[in-house]
Design a binder for this molecule. Structure first.
Ligand code: RRO
Length: 304
């Protein structure tokens, strides 16, 4: 018998626990000819704010050892553009659609959440308080506990949709943010966003990114993310979505062992759009090989 990978992420029923990470999978159509979207656990779209936004100047990405540094700056169609141009497409699929949202003020976050609450076909909201590449807001909310609490509470009051704050890695105690999210009514948390980073061109002696700094993702950050996911998962009862450098089922299993109830594939989708589905197949094969019927027999079994 095939192992059962179905899971429920804070009210979002998923056929498996492998999602796409926001910002690495467009809004869905970009990958639809390459991947059967309905085989994903959930599809998390690139961040949406109230207005359409152009993002940062180029270059926006640079490859580094075992990773990628990006400073995309959250380009996007805004709420109206997203709802008009992408939701009709996404409603053709059964995959749960999780919309990543952001804003420059608490009021904007709450307004975006309220407007999306009324849109059919959205399974949940991931709250981006951790983008390292926006000067006003965003990361500020994820690295200041008082602001974090206010924004999560404001969104909770604005929507009945499952809410998943996405935590920043660059805080001194991740458990404070995890507990605060839970206390303020979050249905799950996801972590980590990219790690603030810098790359230098030794010929020009200038930064390699137009934005100067960016966020590091890819295999380079997996050990950082695993430590944070482990600590966060021990601190709360709500489910934790683990991400950072997942390229295969073995990587994902590390996250499950330290307590994640779901995982997201990010940067690896750029080199192989089929990575998330390969992870699903690899998880099934692992469970079968070890005579297990469910990932519940793996989740949180870390022997520290
Ligand atoms: O768009 C970006 O520059 C970006 C975002 Br919103 C984010 O959350 N994390 C990231 O690495 N880049």
């Amino acid at each position: 018998m095939k192992p059962d990978l179905r899971t429920n992420l804070g009210g979002i029923a998923m056929r498996n626990p492998v999602m796409t990470a926001s910002g690495t999978f467009g809004y869905g159509p970009e990958y639809a000819e390459l991947v059967d979207l309905n085989q994903l656990g959930a599809l998390v779209v690139k961040g949406i704010r109230r207005e359409a936004t152009l993002g940062n100047a180029t270059p926006r990405t640079v490859e580094v050892a075992s990773g990628l540094i990006n400073a995309i700056g959250l380009p996007g169609p805004g709420v109206d553009g997203f709802v008009a141009n992408y939701m009709p497409f996404l409603r053709n699929y059964t995959v749960p659609v999780i919309v990543n949202i952001w804003g420059k003020t608490i009021e904007e976050y709450a307004e975006v959440a309220a407007r999306l609450d009324a849109v059919p076909g959205i399974a949940g909201l991931e709250v981006n308080v951790s983008c390292p590449n926006i000067k006003e807001g965003s990361q500020l909310f994820g690295t200041n506990l008082g602001l974090f609490e206010k924004v999560v509470k404001a969104i909770r009051a604005a929507t009945r949709l499952p809410m998943i704050p996405k935590l920043a890695p660059n805080v001194s105690d991740i458990t404070e943010y995890a507990r605060c999210a839970e206390a303020c009514g979050a249905n799950a948390i996801s972590l980590i966003n990219s790690v603030p980073a810098l790359a230098v061109d030794i010929v020009t002696r200038k930064p390699k990114l137009a934005n100067v700094t960016g966020g590091l993702t890819g295999p380079a950050i997996k050990p950082i993310a695993l430590r944070l996911v482990w600590q966060a998962a021990r601190a709360v009862k709500i489910p934790v979505v683990g991400m950072g450098g997942i390229t295969c089922a073995e990587d994902a299993l590390e996250y499950f062992i330290v307590g994640a109830r779901a995982v997201a594939v990010g940067t690896a989708s750029f080199t192989d759009p089929g990575t998330a589905l390969r992870v699903v197949q690899g998880l099934e094969a692992y469970l079968e090989k070890h005579g297990l019927t469910s990932l519940d027999q793996v989740i949180g079994t870390f022997q520290a």
